[in-house]
Design a protein around this ligand. Structure first.
Ligand code: G6P
Ligand code: MN
Length: 450
């Protein structure tokens, strides 16, 4: 089986390769093609993979290319994990928004809109090429903002593109463990959009144990989301929100935290990652150890500003292993390739599973997966407060997709202005102008010069 990774020089590729090496089952991936625009990044990552493969006589073969058409031709699966504009773009997304007093996070609020406007034209081009050159391939989208990028790609790939994120499965695992329940035995009733979902029930042998968790103060505050949101708010809400909802429920604190931080997350990662890729060029740098130390530092500092803003303390050691998204990706790939039936929380077109959204809207929810792909499972309806947010944010995503695919400036402005975390049309106008000035990837939205 052949797997192509777009963004193949990206920092998380060794996590995927580690999962592939650990997969001993039949029908496993035997060939990996890494595609990246930057050969330097490919070189660095290949050094890490080579060290990971040492000692395995059947490690998946790895080849690299900077030619996109060549990369996708012949692929059975394509992982798309690109970052349009690089981490410099992410830092700009954050800076422009924070200067105007609103959130610039890469997937939530104004930053997510800017990142979507920059990414969707590229993701759609990739989708078109795959539809033409590898029409039978399955595409697994990791590229953020994952929900809207998956929806834009689905216009060309239909249900052959599936978006993934590790945060719902991480939330479920942490909540189950806090109760002393084996996550493998639990059914997690999770639904929403990517980075905008709620865990509404944890069923073990048919019994919902979430109320027990909500009643148990010390268990509830023992894990990341409990610390971030606080036991009182979780009890009041009656469900466990995805950690990214911290940007909504504690927006002032999150914005203040981001503004007072020495560096934004994007600026920090820009420095950290640049140093990593530079070091990898120097002779004598031990590839795996260097990569792993960088990875651990990235995990330790993940969402640090949010945690500091509400005194949530440090992350638990079990959350520093980064065993999340590559496991979901591998499970999904095996289920499809080998018809191993399973259920996973994925980003797919909702087909009515999440009312009141329409059939084409990509949602994040439990899905049955087998050789026919992923089909959303109709769960409990969303609570009223969740319907409100999900509907508002989906409308914003649709405007971003419209702007990114047609150049419609009004749609772009609407996206900024109607996002629940942008509190004024005047601010939205300044956001749009600020991003147009500082992000070359948005030139297509500039007014034509006369
Ligand atoms: C979580 C999110 C991903 C995100 C990742 C890394 O896993 O679900 O969407 O890409 O964190 O965040 P970072 O800030 O380290 O880039
Ligand atoms: Mn995610």
């Amino acid at each position: 089986m052949r797997l192509t990774i777009l963004g193949g020089g990206g920092f998380r590729v060794p996590l995927v390769y580690r999962a592939l090496l650990a997969d001993r089952g039949k029908g496993r991936v035997t060939h990996v093609t890494l595609h990246d625009l930057d050969p330097r990044r490919l070189d660095a990552i290949v050094k890490v993979l080579r060290e990971q493969a040492a000692g395995y006589d059947d490690a998946p073969a790895v080849d690299v290319t900077t030619d996109l058409d060549e990369a996708v031709t012949g692929a059975d699966f394509v992982f798309s994990a690109i970052r349009v504009g690089g981490l410099a773009g992410r830092a700009t997304d954050e800076r422009v928004a924070l200067e105007l007093g609103v959130l610039g996070q890469e997937t939530v609020g104004a930053g997510g809109i800017a990142y979507g406007l920059r990414t969707i034209p590229v993701a759609v081009d990739i989708a078109r090429r795959i539809a033409r050159l590898a029409p039978d391939a399955w595409v697994i989208n990791f590229t953020n903002p994952a929900g809207m990028v998956t929806e834009a790609m689905a216009a060309h790939l239909g249900d052959r593109v599936i978006g993934i994120c590790d945060s719902p499965v991480g939330l479920g695992r942490r909540a189950a463990q806090a109760l002393g329940v084996d996550p493998g035995r639990a059914w997690f009733d999770y639904a929403g959009l990517n980075h905008l979902g709620w865990l509404r029930a944890i069923r073990v042998d048919g019994v919902d144990v979430l109320p027990r968790l909500l009643d148990d103060e010390s268990a509830l505050t023992s894990f990341e989301e409990g610390k971030l949101f606080g036991a009182d708010w979780l009890r009041t809400l009656g469900s466990l929100p995805n950690e990214y909802l911290h940007y909504y429920y504690f927006n002032r604190e999150a914005v203040a935290g981001a503004r007072s931080a020495e560096k934004t997350r994007g600026a920090f990662l820009l420095d950290q990652q640049s140093r990593f890729y530079e070091r990898m060029e120097a002779p004598g740098t031990p590839p795996f150890a260097t990569w792993d130390a960088t990875r651990l530092e990235r995990e330790v500092t993940y969402m640090a500003e949010n945690r500091e803003a509400v005194d949530a303390g440090e992350r638990n050691s079990c959350d520093l292993d980064s065993g999340g998204y590559e496991k979901v990706a591998l499970a999904l790939m095996r289920a499809i390739a080998l018809d191993e039936r399973t259920t996973l929380i994925l980003n797919v077109r909702g087909r009515g599973a999440l009312k009141p959204l329409d059939d084409e809207a990509v949602v994040e929810t439990n899905c049955h997966v087998d050789a026919n792909g992923a089909r959303p499972i109709i769960g409990e309806p969303l609570a009223g407060h969740a319907v409100g947010l999900v509907t508002a944010v989906k409308a914003v995503e649709r405007d971003v997709i419209r702007a990114a695919t047609t150049g419609d400036r009004a749609a772009a402005l609407r996206a900024f202005a109607l996002h629940p975390l942008v509190d004024s049309v005047a601010v939205a106008r300044r956001l749009f102008d600020g991003y147009l000035a500082d992000l070359p990837g948005l030139d297509y939205l500039k007014e034509p010069r006369v």
